[in-house]
Design a protein. Structure first.
Length: 107
């Protein structure tokens, strides 16, 4: 991997940062995104990770793990369409299919 990719990956590891009613996601020192928090649904921290679930007017319900957005209800269907339809198209004539994921439970 390039140094820039490795640097970005290491910066993404961390805690949720809060600023003026926003959850701030920092993927690189030169790139930050702030999401307005309309309602906090859950904020919990274990030995393994920090989970922050909240509502945002534009993206809907959002899930952040360790300060990095994992999913939003507004774009989640598009993500899962690609995960399921691409293997179906590539196979050509599947009779049965199982797609299993981890983490957010979406797949």
């Amino acid at each position: 991997m390039s140094e820039k990719i490795m640097e970005a990956a290491s910066m993404a590891e961390g805690a949720v940062e809060f600023m003026d009613g926003h959850a701030v996601e920092t993927l690189h020192q030169d790139y930050r995104t702030a999401y307005r928090i309309e309602e906090t649904l859950l904020h919990d921290k274990s030995d393994e990770q920090e989970l922050f679930l909240f509502k945002n007017n534009f993206f809907g319900t959002m899930l952040m793990l360790d300060g990095v957005t994992q999913l939003t209800t507004s774009d989640e269907p598009f993500y899962h369409e690609f995960i399921t339809h691409l293997p179906l198209i590539c196979h050509g004539a599947p009779k049965r299919m199982l797609v299993v994921g981890a983490g957010d439970g979406g797949v």
